[in-house]
Design a protein around this ligand. Sequence first.
Ligand code: FAD
Ligand code: MLT
Ligand code: ZN
Length: 488
Amino acid sequence: ADSYPELKRDERFAKLTKEDVEHFKSICSAPVIEGLSTDASDDLEPHNADWMRKYRGTSQCVLKPKTTEEVSKILKYCNERSLAVVPQGGNTGLVGGSVPVFDEIVINLSNMSNIRSFDPVSGAFVCDAGVILEVADNYLAERNHIFPLDLGAKGSCHVGGNVATNAGGLRLLRYGSLHGTVLGLEVVLPDGTIMNNLNTLRKDNTGYDLKHLFIGAEGTIGIITGVSILCPQRSAAKNVAFFGVESYEKVQEAYIKAKEQLSEILSAFEFMDGAAHEIVTAHNDVRRPLADQHPFYIVIETSGSNKEHDDEKLGTFLEDLMEKEIVSDGVVAENETQASTIWGLREGISESLSKLGGTYKYDVSIPLKELYSMVTDTKTHLEKAGLVGEGSPVVDVVGYGHLGDGNLHLNIPVRYYDKSVEKALEPFVYEWLEKRSGSISAEHGLGVAKKPFLKYSKNEVMIRLMGQIKKLYDPKGIMNPYKYVPEA
Ligand code: FAD
Ligand code: MLT
Ligand code: ZN
């Protein structure tokens, strides 16, 4: 594929034949999308191209199983035939992990969309992997609960995809990572074996906790078909506030104050810089929440059980921040519409950036003190290389993200993708991170995009063990090949 000049198709894998397609038709209850005997290019395209239109494969076959048994039959057959596969959820991943690199068969989970059970006493929710995150959250809202994960792609991404990427999102600060909230998983292994670990127990200390291997594995050792997750009670009171701040030091001060004064009701602490704010407001037809422009903006959300109590806390907090000049301006949403406008600005950044042409995306973890230096240092570096501004590919260098989690989204929007920009950024960004003991992926994962850079976050011993795990679970290497996992 032209998209991956540095990769070669692995000839260990068989090529799809008409007999394979006939076999899939006999074991799948949903239509098989295939390009061997039909012109299915329009139907194949959304499964071959990723959300950013940056990564594209040439699969000739997409399967949409309806049951775990169908997934098992498909994988058993593919394993025997050495046909490579790529598991796919809502295809909103941002590292090229959810689309084929060459001709891998796409196994898309969108037909597995049943909610299996919900226990209002414990909060344990069990569903098929293909349930859309927003559908799960709406179902839970009707039962006064909340899905413990929220992110901008909620309308398309799947719960299974979220688990496979160990997605972080907007409220990790409050509800923790999926490694804490996922109670159990049902997974089909590459040889078709079904591992049923759909526990709804909070505590289960019976040796190796196998589910954790699949959380964040990005579809490289098995296909998640069912998820059991602990869902918190929905908060009766919710407030959203938006602040303008003069410096990154003050952003950190505001975070310390938020933890001190909002403590148990704080449910999100997000930030964006002035450049990200400019781009998102220019692309969305909404009134800017604050009249003046500021170098930084913060979104704070509180969720609690008592509206009066939360309003009072937030009011005092805002007054204190203004009085101490930690923030320059601020507004508290007065109704649902204003709250969703503020959240819309934060959640809409990635889409607005993608409209500019393309974006080099780095999703990184850095100790908070130095988090924003990555944006300024990268900008200086690109300016020195003459790559920023009129007539150059780079539009700007922007930073936003989940500040409370120490997670920066460093984005370099470009008018067009250009190798000179990529060369200037990589390994610059990764070396910068290595010096500060950061992580090359905080939440999006590695996919194919970060494949060459694993060594910046994992040492040799860890990389060797990862290769051994892959070999043990997937000896023929058919699951999501060419992606980040090292060969054993
Ligand atoms: P896909 O994109 O289809 O797949 C992602 C990876 O998981 C692939 O490697 C795929 O092979 C694998 N996979 C998918 N389903 C399964 C399965 N059932 N079993 C095994 N493997 C599987 N991420 C965050 O962490 N935080 C955010 O705040 C955030 N915001 C986003 C906002 C936008 C607008 C967009 C487009 C993306 C955002 N993301 C965010 C990226 C994030 O990874 C995805 O949105 C989501 O978690 C992926 O789910 P999906 O169903 O789309 O998976
Ligand atoms: C976000 O926090 O907005 C997402 O992770 C998506 C992105 O980084 O673009
Ligand atoms: Zn994010």
